[in-house]
Ligand binder design. Structure first.
Ligand SMILES: [Mg+2]
Length: 219
């Protein structure tokens, strides 16, 4: 079984950008999502170039990105408070998901396929999740990013798993679901129930709005 990380294991299908925006509004920020998102995308870019990024754990990575985005924003908010809020929310979801991954790891070989910044392993170690996964494919380390099929093929080969017998669970329809379905994997799309699937011929094998429902899908 393959899993995405951000938005899948640490939030029920909510991407990083809207989570940062919600935390920014909660600490007094005034921009709407569309305006905020352009600054967030710039901070994403800057994060990949940050010296030492590959060693940053989860909390340090959130702190770093909060500082970067707040440094770009036109209004003044406290990056530390913003980061604290995001981190606490993610930890709650991770704590809820940890026993589920522990059970799945007893029945299946698990891997993570993530478009990340080279520090997927320290992040998952800090969250107490790394031990459940036989393979961690971090795009910045392996050299391919989803939806490139090579990052999925690389991960399946490392797990010695056939695509037809594998699942991909993720929150990003294009990167996680469409790409994996194209390789013949079964797919489970994690998305809030009000999110419309994009048009087209790809239909996920299953759809859930909370990560814990993944166990029900597999039965
Ligand atoms: Mg994701």
């Amino acid at each position: 079984m393959l899993f995405d990380f951000g938005g899948t294991l640490d939030a029920d299908g909510v991407h990083w950008s809207p989570r940062f925006h919600a935390a920014y509004r909660a600490v007094g920020g005034g921009l709407d999502f569309a305006a905020f998102d352009s600054f967030f995308k710039a901070s994403d870019e800057a994060l990949t170039r940050l010296p030492g990024i590959r060693t940053l754990g989860f909390r340090a990575a959130i702190d770093a990105q909060a500082r970067l985005v707040v440094g770009l924003l036109p209004d003044r908010v406290d990056a530390g408070v913003l980061a604290q809020r995001l981190h606490a929310e993610a930890l709650e979801i991770v704590a809820r998901n940890r026993p589920i991954l522990e059970r799945l790891a007893r029945r299946y070989r698990l891997g993570v396929v993530s478009n990340f910044t080279g520090n997927l392993r320290p992040c998952l170690e800090e969250l107490g999740l790394a031990r459940f996964f036989a393979v961690l494919s971090d795009s910045a380390v392996v050299g391919w990013s989803k939806p490139d099929p090579r990052i999925f093929a690389h991960t399946l080969a490392a797990l010695q798993a056939l695509p037809q017998r594998a699942w991909m669970v993720g929150d990003n329809f294009e990167a996680d679901i469409r790409a994996a379905a194209g390789l013949g994997l079964r797919t489970c799309w994690l998305a809030p129930s009000d999110r419309a699937p994009p048009g087209g011929e790809v239909v996920p094998t299953a759809r859930i709005s909370r990560f814990p429902d993944v166990e029900r899908v597999l039965e």
